[in-house]
Ligand binder design. Structure first.
Ligand code: MG
Ligand code: ZN
Length: 220
């Protein structure tokens, strides 16, 4: 299983990723790269988490999308600093795009940068953006076969969020199977179950897990 990308493109990407990582390390800012299919609930999850985080520390969000600023507008309404990157059809973000937008944030006012990648379970996994944590968001509406069908996304991830647990009874999603497949691909991965829509499950736990890492990095 491999994501087939030109080696030269990867070298350039990795150089920018290193640059991003060094800058954010120096500032003591944690970075999370969120990946997942269109419709998995990435933006809704982020809206719920931001209402919790913003009470404790500033957050900047980079919204990657093929077109429109719909997600960025939703995030802005939560009070976070936000920059939209429209990839104009491009199916992933690369590290240079992140390098270009970071100066637009007031980095002294934030402790966390969230990157919402383009909705796609394939090539975003191949591009290091300089993040500390990669989080893949799956949902019960997508089918429980997706982890096994997109192992590169799982392999590249540190955390997996299984969202829309409230729809479990209305779908054929087999939670035990999905978790078993995820653990087979990457045994050490951390899995969260959430209901982002009405915040009834897992949001506080996920927010707290991130906050813990934010504080650890800020106090280094
Ligand atoms: Mg979104
Ligand atoms: Zn792509």
């Amino acid at each position: 299983m491999k994501v087939d990308i030109n080696a030269n493109i990867m070298d350039i990407n990795n150089a920018y990723a290193t640059k991003n990582r060094e800058l954010l390390e120096e500032k003591g800012i944690l970075v999370i790269n969120i990946m997942g299919s269109p419709g998995a609930g990435k933006t809704t999850l982020l809206e719920r988490l931001l209402t919790i985080w913003q009470q404790h520390f500033g957050v900047a969000v980079i919204e990657g999308d093929l077109a429109t600023s719909k997600d960025a507008e939703r995030i802005k309404a939560c009070g976070a600093q936000v920059v939209q990157i429209n990839t104009d059809g491009g199916c992933h973000l690369d590290a240079k795009m992140i390098t270009q937008v970071l100066p637009g944030f007031d980095l002294d006012q934030i402790k966390l940068v969230i990157i919402e990648n383009v909705g796609n379970l394939v090539c975003p996994a191949g591009f290091d953006l300089g993040e500390d944590i990669r989080m893949v968001v799956l949902s019960t509406a997508e089918g429980s076969d997706k982890p096994a069908k997109y192992p590169s996304a799982i392999l590249a991830a540190d955390w997996v969020v299984i969202n829309k647990l409230d729809l479990l009874d209305f779908t054929d999603f087999d939670l035990d199977n999905a978790v078993a497949d995820i653990r087979q691909i990457k045994p050490a991965i951390r899995i969260f179950n959430t209901v982002a829509r009405d915040k009834t499950q897992g949001i506080d736990q996920l927010a707290a897990a991130v906050s813990e890492l934010v504080e650890a990095k800020a106090s280094k």
